[in-house]
Write a protein that binds this ligand. Sequence first.
Ligand SMILES: [Zn+2]
Length: 159
Amino acid sequence: MLVAAAAALACAPARDDDLYGMTLEVRSRQAWASDPGFRTRLHILLEQSCDHLGLDPSLLYGITLRIEDDDIACGAVAGARGCTWREDGVVAISTLAWTSAEPLVSCVEDTPIPHELLHVKIGDSGHADPRWRDPAYWGPLWSRLEHGDCSGDPPNLIW
Ligand SMILES: [Zn+2]
């Protein structure tokens, strides 16, 4: 009986709004962050980013993903748009746009989640790895994630 139940569980289709065991903490007033389809888009963003970065999504399990509307204090940077504290298991991203405070990012795909996931994978808070600044590295991921309601100017620079 136990064996049968385990087999049935193993065959259950993956939920398309699963966040790989991340705890989502939304502190944002952006309409897109409370949209009914938001978790599904976030799931796709996480899935595609992990695939692109070669990051095992099971490493996301237990991490808190926080979305906020303000600057984020991150190490020596007071006004960061995102930060990853690997030891604490926290990733925070801001809905402030990448190069200016206004307008706010118009969709979750324009937040620096992929950037922070590379931090989850390699650390490198000093951005020494050449991938951080390489548009050719990020380009294929942005084209896979394109949405009509996004700005078309996703974050591909270091913070
Ligand atoms: Zn960074």
